[in-house]
Write a protein that binds this ligand. Structure first.
Ligand code: LMR
Length: 397
């Protein structure tokens, strides 16, 4: 039967990563996959993580199964990290399960939504992370887009977004990014979060928040402000959080799925459904990374070190944003790229054509996702001039 299979295109992000690795050009530049890189272009293990791993190695006593929800201490600590000291947490209305990364969490969310309403449409920002479509499609759910990013102004299409959200019915799900919108870098202001919360109250749709970059935008609490606002005003909410970026645990697959309901009794029921969903997909998440995060978050000196490292990353990214704009001006790259300095997190769109992206790869070994999304953290002092000169050349042809 396997001869019936048709090949599928390589993943638009991980396919590029593979091509980049195979490229032998010493000047190659990787601005593709969303992985933080330091000034040397490396992604080292965070110091707090190394210390916690060592401690775990010395004290781990068993490899026996965890429960379906994973590491319970990790779940509590992550609930606090995402929701803060929140009334809904204290009231027992929020339940959290450990998941294999943010993608695993979103897949659990998709199956959970399907159990709640098999006919739910998942509304995503236009544009959004390409994998959102695959994840919800794999669960048999329909996805639809609402306006979000404006390529003419390189800002938000907020009025159009509001008009569209005002038509979304009860029972559907609206997926927003908690911060550092992937791929545009454009986030909602707190006033805009309030406006969309009010629409949800009126329309009675449910939010699913994808929180993959907490700490990479303005700060750990600042980046969770939208989620916390929704949690304080709505009855129901879903949050998928990832520790890939903020703990640098990409390959260890660490994340959480949180469900908030109107009452603690409903939360218990919802949690039983979530655990049943998990059992049918992967039984339980891998232990190592979550144990490391739990140890960091529960050990004051490790937590302080982690926060310091996270601040260093955030500061470097924010500095790079202005640096890139300056470099583009210095090398006369055609166009106005000032918007890059005003956006958040690791990504911005360059807004250049697919042809230009192809030439940058073929002639300069510069790797950019086909949507023109760049990973800002891939730029450094050694490659910035090369990148700016290449862009100036390709864009003035
Ligand atoms: C990205 O968008 O590049 C990252 O979130 C990695 C991924 O899984 O696509």
């Amino acid at each position: 039967m396997f001869e019936q299979l048709k090949p599928v295109p390589t993943d638009p992000i991980f396919g590029l990563m593979t091509e980049y690795k195979a490229d032998t050009n010493p000047k190659k530049v990787d601005l593709s996959v969303g992985v933080y890189k330091n000034e040397s272009g490396d992604t080292p293990v965070m110091r707090a993580v190394k210390k916690a791993e060592q401690q775990r190695l010395d004290t781990e006593t068993t490899k026996s199964y965890l429960g379906l929800a994973g590491d319970v201490q990790f779940n509590d600590l992550m609930t606090s990290l995402v929701f803060g000291d929140h009334d809904a947490v204290k009231a027992g209305r929020i339940k959290t399960a450990q998941t294999p990364g943010g993608t695993g969490s979103l897949r659990v969310a998709a199956e959970f939504i399907k159990r709640s309403n098999p006919n739910a449409t998942i509304w995503v920002t236009n544009p959004t992370w390409a994998n959102h479509f695959s994840i919800f499609g794999a669960a048999g759910l329909t996805t639809n887009e609402f306006p979000y990013f404006d390529f003419d102004t390189m800002g938000l299409k907020f009025e159009e977004m509001v008009a569209s959200l005002n038509t979304i019915p009860e029972g559907d799900v609206v997926l927003l990014h908690a911060c550092c919108h992937n791929p545009s870098g454009m986030d909602l202001t707190i006033e805009q979060w309030q406006i969309v919360a009010d629409i949800a109250k009126k329309q009675k749709f449910t939010f699913l928040i994808d929180s993959a970059y907490q700490g990479f935008g303005e700060g750990l609490d600042e980046d969770a402000a939208g989620v916390r606002l929704l949690a304080s005003q709505l009855d129901e909410l879903l949050v998928s959080a990832s520790c890939s970026k903020n703990f640098g645990l990409y390959r260890d697959r660490v994340g959480t799925f949180s469900v908030m309901t109107a009452t603690s009794a409903q939360a218990d029921i919802a949690y039983s459904v979530a655990l049943n969903v998990i059992r049918a997909i992967y039984s339980m998440p891998p232990a190592h990374g979550a144990a490391v995060v739990a140890h960091i978050l529960s050990t004051p000196e490790l937590k302080a070190l982690w926060e310091q490292e996270l601040t260093e990353k955030r500061t470097r990214i924010n500095g790079l944003r202005s640096f890139i704009v300056e470099k583009f001006k210095e090398h006369n790259v055609p166009g106005n790229f000032d918007f890059i300095a005003k956006q958040n997190g690791m990504f911005s769109f360059l807004g250049i054509s697919k042809e230009a992206i192809q030439i940058l790869k073929d002639e300069y070994s510069i790797y950019i996702v086909g949507s023109s999304r760049i990973n800002v953290a891939g730029v450094n002092n050694n490659n910035a001039d090369y990148l700016a000169k290449a862009l100036a050349d390709v864009l003035s042809r």
